[in-house]
Ligand binder design. Structure first.
Ligand code: HEC
Length: 180
Protein backbone atom coordinates (compact mmCIF):
# COMPACT_ATOMS: atom_id res chain seq x y z
CA UNK A 1 0.00 0.00 0.00
CA UNK A 2 1.51 3.34 -1.07
CA UNK A 3 1.75 5.99 1.64
CA UNK A 4 -0.31 9.15 1.20
CA UNK A 5 1.97 12.20 0.74
CA UNK A 6 2.05 14.55 3.81
CA UNK A 7 0.35 17.31 1.77
CA UNK A 8 -2.27 15.92 -0.53
CA UNK A 9 -2.96 17.34 -3.97
CA UNK A 10 -6.36 18.38 -2.76
CA UNK A 11 -4.88 20.46 0.07
CA UNK A 12 -2.52 22.27 -2.28
CA UNK A 13 -5.38 22.97 -4.63
CA UNK A 14 -7.47 24.33 -1.74
CA UNK A 15 -4.66 26.66 -0.55
CA UNK A 16 -4.20 27.95 -4.10
CA UNK A 17 -7.87 28.72 -4.62
CA UNK A 18 -8.23 30.18 -1.12
CA UNK A 19 -5.24 32.53 -1.57
CA UNK A 20 -6.55 33.62 -4.90
CA UNK A 21 -10.00 34.46 -3.49
CA UNK A 22 -8.48 36.39 -0.56
CA UNK A 23 -6.15 38.24 -2.93
CA UNK A 24 -9.05 39.14 -5.17
CA UNK A 25 -11.11 40.46 -2.25
CA UNK A 26 -8.20 42.59 -1.05
CA UNK A 27 -7.76 43.98 -4.56
CA UNK A 28 -11.49 44.82 -4.77
CA UNK A 29 -11.34 46.56 -1.38
CA UNK A 30 -8.35 48.66 -2.46
CA UNK A 31 -10.09 49.62 -5.71
CA UNK A 32 -13.29 50.59 -3.85
CA UNK A 33 -11.30 52.67 -1.36
CA UNK A 34 -9.46 54.48 -4.15
CA UNK A 35 -12.71 55.07 -5.99
CA UNK A 36 -14.36 56.47 -2.86
CA UNK A 37 -11.44 58.87 -2.32
CA UNK A 38 -11.59 60.05 -5.94
CA UNK A 39 -15.34 60.64 -5.78
CA UNK A 40 -15.08 62.40 -2.40
CA UNK A 41 -12.20 64.53 -3.64
CA UNK A 42 -14.37 65.85 -6.44
CA UNK A 43 -17.57 66.37 -4.44
CA UNK A 44 -17.65 66.18 -0.64
CA UNK A 45 -14.24 67.68 0.16
CA UNK A 46 -14.84 70.57 -2.19
CA UNK A 47 -18.24 71.26 -0.70
CA UNK A 48 -16.64 71.39 2.73
CA UNK A 49 -14.12 73.98 1.60
CA UNK A 50 -16.79 76.22 0.10
CA UNK A 51 -19.26 75.86 2.97
CA UNK A 52 -19.59 79.39 4.47
CA UNK A 53 -20.33 78.13 7.99
CA UNK A 54 -17.34 75.82 7.90
CA UNK A 55 -15.08 78.60 6.67
CA UNK A 56 -16.41 80.99 9.32
CA UNK A 57 -15.70 78.40 12.01
CA UNK A 58 -12.15 77.96 10.75
CA UNK A 59 -11.65 81.73 10.67
CA UNK A 60 -12.82 81.90 14.26
CA UNK A 61 -10.47 79.14 15.39
CA UNK A 62 -7.39 80.63 13.78
CA UNK A 63 -8.15 84.18 14.88
CA UNK A 64 -5.29 85.71 16.90
CA UNK A 65 -5.83 85.64 20.67
CA UNK A 66 -5.23 89.30 21.12
CA UNK A 67 -5.85 92.34 19.00
CA UNK A 68 -3.92 95.54 19.28
CA UNK A 69 -5.05 99.08 18.90
CA UNK A 70 -2.94 100.91 16.38
CA UNK A 71 -2.39 104.64 16.74
CA UNK A 72 -3.93 106.65 13.95
CA UNK A 73 -6.30 103.92 12.85
CA UNK A 74 -9.94 103.27 13.51
CA UNK A 75 -9.92 100.93 16.52
CA UNK A 76 -13.67 100.84 17.02
CA UNK A 77 -13.77 97.08 16.43
CA UNK A 78 -11.69 96.59 19.57
CA UNK A 79 -14.22 98.18 21.90
CA UNK A 80 -15.16 95.90 24.77
CA UNK A 81 -18.82 94.99 24.47
CA UNK A 82 -20.53 93.86 27.62
CA UNK A 83 -22.36 90.61 27.04
CA UNK A 84 -24.87 88.78 29.12
CA UNK A 85 -22.79 86.33 31.21
CA UNK A 86 -25.35 83.54 31.16
CA UNK A 87 -26.17 83.80 27.49
CA UNK A 88 -23.98 82.31 24.81
CA UNK A 89 -22.25 84.72 22.46
CA UNK A 90 -24.52 86.53 20.07
CA UNK A 91 -27.61 85.27 21.81
CA UNK A 92 -27.98 87.63 24.75
CA UNK A 93 -31.19 87.09 26.66
CA UNK A 94 -33.22 90.22 27.23
CA UNK A 95 -33.26 91.30 30.87
CA UNK A 96 -36.83 91.26 32.17
CA UNK A 97 -38.07 94.60 33.48
CA UNK A 98 -40.64 93.62 36.07
CA UNK A 99 -41.88 90.79 38.26
CA UNK A 100 -44.32 89.35 35.77
CA UNK A 101 -41.80 89.32 32.92
CA UNK A 102 -39.20 87.72 35.17
CA UNK A 103 -41.65 85.08 36.25
CA UNK A 104 -42.63 84.31 32.67
CA UNK A 105 -39.10 84.26 31.28
CA UNK A 106 -37.22 82.65 34.14
CA UNK A 107 -39.06 81.44 37.21
CA UNK A 108 -41.93 79.72 35.43
CA UNK A 109 -39.49 77.18 33.95
CA UNK A 110 -39.58 75.49 37.36
CA UNK A 111 -42.36 77.19 39.28
CA UNK A 112 -44.90 77.12 36.44
CA UNK A 113 -45.52 73.39 36.71
CA UNK A 114 -43.73 72.77 39.98
CA UNK A 115 -40.75 71.02 38.38
CA UNK A 116 -37.85 69.55 40.38
CA UNK A 117 -39.47 70.19 43.77
CA UNK A 118 -40.21 73.85 43.09
CA UNK A 119 -43.40 75.09 44.77
CA UNK A 120 -45.91 75.48 41.94
CA UNK A 121 -47.06 79.03 41.34
CA UNK A 122 -50.57 79.55 42.67
CA UNK A 123 -50.52 76.37 44.76
CA UNK A 124 -51.63 77.56 48.20
CA UNK A 125 -50.60 74.35 49.95
CA UNK A 126 -47.06 74.54 48.59
CA UNK A 127 -46.68 78.26 49.24
CA UNK A 128 -48.54 78.65 52.54
CA UNK A 129 -45.69 77.59 54.85
CA UNK A 130 -43.15 79.47 52.76
CA UNK A 131 -45.14 82.69 52.80
CA UNK A 132 -45.44 82.25 56.56
CA UNK A 133 -41.64 82.59 56.76
CA UNK A 134 -42.08 86.18 55.74
CA UNK A 135 -41.22 88.14 52.61
CA UNK A 136 -37.64 88.98 53.70
CA UNK A 137 -36.80 85.27 53.88
CA UNK A 138 -38.38 84.59 50.51
CA UNK A 139 -36.45 87.49 48.95
CA UNK A 140 -33.26 86.27 50.55
CA UNK A 141 -33.81 82.72 49.25
CA UNK A 142 -34.71 83.89 45.76
CA UNK A 143 -31.67 86.20 45.57
CA UNK A 144 -29.05 83.91 47.06
CA UNK A 145 -30.47 80.50 46.37
CA UNK A 146 -31.92 78.01 48.76
CA UNK A 147 -32.09 74.29 49.21
CA UNK A 148 -33.85 71.80 51.40
CA UNK A 149 -34.52 68.10 51.09
CA UNK A 150 -32.34 67.88 48.02
CA UNK A 151 -34.34 70.43 46.01
CA UNK A 152 -32.37 73.36 44.74
CA UNK A 153 -33.62 76.87 44.13
CA UNK A 154 -30.72 78.45 42.20
CA UNK A 155 -29.72 82.00 43.14
CA UNK A 156 -31.91 84.37 41.11
CA UNK A 157 -33.31 81.35 39.30
CA UNK A 158 -29.97 81.02 37.52
CA UNK A 159 -29.99 84.53 36.08
CA UNK A 160 -27.36 86.56 37.97
CA UNK A 161 -27.76 89.35 35.40
CA UNK A 162 -31.23 90.28 36.67
CA UNK A 163 -31.11 93.16 39.19
CA UNK A 164 -32.12 92.40 42.81
CA UNK A 165 -35.23 94.63 42.87
CA UNK A 166 -36.63 92.85 39.82
CA UNK A 167 -36.11 89.47 41.51
CA UNK A 168 -38.00 90.79 44.57
CA UNK A 169 -40.82 91.87 42.28
CA UNK A 170 -40.89 88.37 40.80
CA UNK A 171 -41.24 86.94 44.31
CA UNK A 172 -44.09 89.40 44.99
CA UNK A 173 -45.69 88.37 41.72
CA UNK A 174 -45.50 84.66 42.55
CA UNK A 175 -46.79 85.20 46.07
CA UNK A 176 -49.58 87.30 44.55
CA UNK A 177 -50.60 84.37 42.35
CA UNK A 178 -51.40 82.36 45.47
CA UNK A 179 -53.75 84.84 47.08
CA UNK A 180 -56.06 85.22 44.12
C1 HEC B 1 -34.23 75.61 38.19
C2 HEC B 1 -35.54 75.69 38.79
C3 HEC B 1 -35.96 76.99 39.43
C4 HEC B 1 -36.02 78.22 38.85
C5 HEC B 1 -35.68 78.63 37.43
C6 HEC B 1 -36.54 79.10 39.88
N1 HEC B 1 -36.77 78.41 41.03
FE1 HEC B 1 -37.45 79.16 42.78
N2 HEC B 1 -37.37 77.34 43.62
C7 HEC B 1 -36.94 76.20 42.99
C8 HEC B 1 -37.02 75.09 43.91
C9 HEC B 1 -36.65 73.64 43.61
C10 HEC B 1 -37.50 75.61 45.14
C11 HEC B 1 -37.74 74.86 46.41
C12 HEC B 1 -36.47 74.83 47.20
C13 HEC B 1 -36.64 74.10 48.48
O1 HEC B 1 -37.71 74.15 49.09
O2 HEC B 1 -35.66 73.48 48.88
C14 HEC B 1 -37.71 77.03 44.90
C15 HEC B 1 -38.18 77.89 45.88
C16 HEC B 1 -38.40 79.22 45.67
C17 HEC B 1 -38.89 80.12 46.68
C18 HEC B 1 -39.29 79.76 48.09
C19 HEC B 1 -38.12 79.88 48.99
C20 HEC B 1 -38.48 79.51 50.41
O3 HEC B 1 -37.95 80.14 51.28
O4 HEC B 1 -39.28 78.58 50.61
C21 HEC B 1 -38.97 81.37 46.11
C22 HEC B 1 -39.42 82.66 46.77
C23 HEC B 1 -38.50 81.22 44.76
N3 HEC B 1 -38.17 79.91 44.52
C24 HEC B 1 -38.44 82.27 43.86
C25 HEC B 1 -37.99 82.14 42.55
C26 HEC B 1 -37.92 83.25 41.64
C27 HEC B 1 -38.28 84.67 41.95
C28 HEC B 1 -37.46 82.73 40.45
C29 HEC B 1 -37.19 83.46 39.15
C30 HEC B 1 -36.31 84.59 39.22
C31 HEC B 1 -37.23 81.31 40.65
N4 HEC B 1 -37.59 80.98 41.93
C32 HEC B 1 -36.75 80.45 39.68
C33 HEC B 1 -36.53 76.08 41.69
C34 HEC B 1 -36.43 77.12 40.80
Amino acid sequence: MALEPAVSKQDTHFVDVFSMVIGLLVAIAVVLFALARIVAGQTQDQEVYTEPQYLAAVEQRIEPFSREAIAGQNNAALAIVETNPTASAGNALPIPKNGRETFEQVCSACHGQGIAGAPKAGDAAAWGPRIAEGKPTLYQHALNGFQSEGHVMPAKGGRPDIPDPVIRQAVDYMVGLVKH
